[in-house]
Ligand binder design. Structure first.
Ligand code: SAH
Length: 447
């Protein structure tokens, strides 16, 4: 096979990023924007030893899962992976992927529980950070790039965000606001950052700026109030003067309203500042936590909540549990967790700032023996050391593993199995519809 060859390819699988895969003469061919069940004429773009990349010239026979993408930006911005197949097909695919990886890497052949999913897959995000292009338009970065694509009315965000962007773009234009340029590091406005508390209908607007002050901010506040005065609870600036891809700087200042907004998750009031960590899909996070609680059966138990962020999983179980200890590495998140506990009148929770493995080691030395351990690590999963501490020192009846990467979950399930913890059940949860991401909550029990 050579570059520029054209072949007819049947798509039989997808990658974790959502790109279609077909087999041709024993080689795997990766073709973005195809669906399982498509037959396509494909042009080969790049050939490696055992695989190649191609692009679709024509779909000769469409997959039965195909639908017409309902967004102009699909394929241009880096957001969605699955707007070209039905949501039912996406859910089937995500469950199947989790099953396969737990079987292949985890060594457990077990059907998943039905995937937790919303009735409608759109407008679920409560947070968006839009880079601003030199012509003053908010957008998103293209896939694996820093090219800004105007995003129109993005279907993953609340409609309110689109309306706020329109007002903001008008304000930028009318007041000739200077826009930050990554290449020269000159200019002021870097990102427009919006956060929405769904349960309380509160909106936070943050302008991320390369400077200390935002000119014409009164005009901005007036425009935003004109749009949604009763929802607008906070307008802030975030100062980011570094040459970095990291969106937010460490310092914020409030221009209008409060320093925070408040959402309610599983009955817990959660205070959100621009810098706090919070699940972007509130409704599905709530259902994920409910599933975790169903597995954890917290009544009267001592619970250790590792990788706890702002403490929300543990706090949502605190009124039934005997005690909660949360561990989190980011100091600000620990402060948020402590605040959230206090603000909800929760007295049986405490939070430790530190690395999960190191803190677990320390807690085991103090003789702490939790009945249930919950872990909710980032994509890279947990360390073998932490698995050993949990299995050898804490020896809880059960481990609840909330994961945003099925592959590392599967790897860790295998390590747990070698130390007497077997997988009892697992449930995928679609916290990020239309994107390639899928969450899983797994229930492991001591033999
Ligand atoms: N359980 C929380 C947060 C999950 S995200 C929720 O549901 O909202 C994962 C969290 O792990 C992040 O807050 C991140 O800061 C934290 N983290 C990352 N590495 C860590 C480590 N080595 N030790 C402890 N926490 C860590």
């Amino acid at each position: 096979m050579q570059k520029n060859d054209e072949i007819i390819l049947k798509i039989t699988d997808v990658t974790a990023e959502g790109s279609g895969i077909g087999k041709y003469n024993g080689m795997a061919i990766f073709v973005p924007l195809t669906a399982v069940g498509d037959t396509a004429r494909v042009k080969i773009l790049k050939v490696k030893k055992t695989y190649a990349y191609g692009k679709v010239i024509e779909i000769t026979e469409p997959s039965p899962d195909r639908i017409f993408p309902d967004c102009d930006c699909f394929n241009r911005c880096g957001g969605c992976a699955y707007r070209h197949i039905s949501y039912q097909a996406e859910l089937r695919l995500k469950s199947q992927k989790v099953y396969e990886v737990i079987k292949r890497i985890g060594g457990v052949d077990m059907e998943p529980q039905p995937i937790i999913s919303p009735s409608l897959p759109d407008r679920y995000r409560n947070k968006a950070q839009y880079p601003v292009s030199p012509d003053g338009k908010a957008g998103f970065y293209a896939f694996h790039s820093h090219r800004i694509v105007p995003c129109g009315d993005c279907l993953l965000q609340p409609q309110l965000f689109t309306e706020v962007l329109t007002e903001t773009e008008k304000w930028i234009d009318e007041n000739n606001i200077s826009i930050y340029d990554e290449a020269t590091q000159k200019g002021l406005l870097r990102h427009i950052y919006l956060r929405y508390a769904e349960k309380t209908d509160e909106l936070m607007f943050t302008a991320v700026i390369n400077g200390d002050t935002l000119p014409f901010w009164q005009e901005l506040v007036t425009a935003l109030k004109g749009l949604c005065e009763y929802r607008l609870k906070s307008v802030q600036i975030n100062k980011n003067k570094s040459k970095t891809n990291v969106i937010l700087g460490e310092e914020c200042a409030t221009l209008y309203g409060e320093d925070f907004i408040t959402d309610i998750l599983c009955g817990i009031k959660v205070r959100l500042s621009p810098l706090s960590f919070y699940q972007v899909n509130r409704n599905m996070a709530e259902r994920l936590y409910q599933k975790a609680a169903e597995y954890a059966k917290p009544e009267g138990k001592n619970i250790l909540d590792l990788y706890c962020g702002a403490g929300t999983i543990g706090l949502s179980m605190a009124n039934q549990a005997k005690s909660i200890i949360g561990v989190e590495i980011i100091p600000q998140a620990v402060k948020d967790a402590q605040f959230n506990a206090e603000n909800n009148g929760i007295k049986n929770a405490r939070f430790i700032c530190g690395d999960a493995s190191a803190a677990a080691e320390q807690l085991s030395k103090e003789g702490i023996t939790p009945d249930t351990v919950i872990v909710d690590p980032p994509r890279k999963g947990i360390t073998p050391e932490l698995i050993s501490i949990i299995a050898q020192k804490f020896k809880p009846e059960q481990v609840i593993y909330v994961s945003c990467d099925p592959a590392t979950l599967a790897r860790d399930i295998k390590l747990f199995a070698q130390q007497n913890y077997t997988l009892v059940e697992y449930t995928p949860a679609d916290l990020f519809p239309r994107t390639a991401h899928v969450e899983t909550v797994a229930f492991l029990s001591r033999k």
